[in-house]
Design a protein around this ligand. Sequence first.
Ligand SMILES: [Zn+2]
Length: 291
Amino acid sequence: MYVNSSRSCLILFPARYLSNWTYAARTLVQSGVRMPKTEREYRQDIVEVGRLVYQKGWVAANDGNISIRLDQDRILCTPTGVSKGMMHPDDLVICDTSGNKLEGRKERTSEMAMHLTIYNMRPDIKAVVHAHPPVATGFATAGKPLNLALLPEVIIGLGCVPLADYGLPGTPALTDPMLPYIPKYDAILMANHGAVCYGEDVYKAFFKMETTEHYARISLVAELLGGATILPKQEVEKLFDSRTRYGVKARAGVEPGCPVAAEDADAGRFVVTREELVALVDEALRMRGVA
Ligand SMILES: [Zn+2]
């Protein structure tokens, strides 16, 4: 069940039973102010997203990691060596902004540095999800970014999904190739590894991962059917312009090569008939004295 990172609830008690705090809370809720989640609720959110990531087959064994920025000093994250589909809220670990463990009976994820880099570079980001969804990871392993302008929802929500070069997991080499992309994109493929997505809450980060994998699956099917029809620049621009209408805060704008519109993809390509191709080959052979 999707639950917003902020919740609102209506508290109805006879006025005589209301403490000052309850009265203040009710006033805030009734005036439209959302109450922040408790740490326990954030723990439950990570457990639920972990179960979804596992059930969708985006991780195997103990792969993947998820975190939420609790406040400016503390990050709640998944432990290492635990299946993300079988976590208990008390398995989670709280770290400081240098990655040192503050609370928790288990050890934190080994990819904490990647999460911290994203939080440092993007003050707007409150949660990070890293997984190995098989089709998107297939593109990452084949050295192919998900960068063609194919689907309105992807262009509006993500722009595109660039590919960061490979880096050894658990070291700064993993994060370094991602640095140019983090300020501009909310989803990144990691070569020969997986994908990372981030958002204003953990469900938004999860949905970006879902969109990335869905986009990869559709791209693969289109490729199998003879190649996708890429949208032209004019349509891409219209989709970027429509973001305000849909309330989307995505950072990605039109960048060279991301997304690739039809005109960019067609640049350098030309079409010839079979007869023209045979004539060109004959001409080339004649010039070399072969024919
Ligand atoms: Zn990984």
